[in-house]
Design a protein around this ligand. Sequence first.
Ligand code: BTN
Length: 249
Amino acid sequence: MKYNIIRYNTIDSTNKEAKRQIPSRQEGTVIISEEQTQGKGRLGRNWASTKGKGIWMSIILEPETSMDYMMGITSIGAAAVNMALGDMDIPSKIKWPNDIIVDGKKVCGILTEVVQTLNGCFYAIIGIGINVNQDIVDFSKELHFKASSLKIIKGYDIDRELLLMNVLSRFRELYMKFKLEGDMSKSLKICRENSMVIGKEINLIIGKRIRRGKVLDLNMKGELVVEFDTGIEEISSGEVSIRAIDGYI
Ligand code: BTN
């Protein structure tokens, strides 16, 4: 996969732009913007995307896999960001399914969307947002206690371009293994080893329903294996909270 990086100064959302461009673009197209005016988070939330201070990007993919495995793309992205940060001596944790946590604060979120074209092709768009060089004033009051930037945590400016290249190169390495050999094991290993939730008692929030359970593992598709009173289930979406134990998280 050859990357084709298309840069914007401002855009509504790189995920939205990637969707608009899909008919004419190939796998490996990267849409990246200095600023997003309508950055999208999971579950219909907004994603604050301060100008010039983060990495706001989306990669267009054609994984040629069943819908079932699309969720695994998020795990590949999370593993890639974890490795790329590690390459810059920044240890991080992964909070299933899509948050990267450094020093107890969220610094990165991933939003994978699947698009089917009129001729029946499936594409995946993986949107990655990394809070890199924001200062404390750049975060709203509500975000303050749960999100942060690498700069605030580390105390120095981070080279955004270097981090971008590291994420893209780690992502390609893990994604191509999955695409060509159907092998997601390395990504899953990284997600397991750096998981914030495996072995923990959690609240799983799906819509309005909250269920308490214990996380046992990630399965082969990157889904969460949870033990409830009623038995063991594999969970493909939802939000995990381990608040009682780790502050916001
Ligand atoms: C989340 O944690 O809720 C996911 C956040 C994903 C944000 C990124 S920023 C680049 C891409 N474009 C968007 O509009 N969203 C994703």
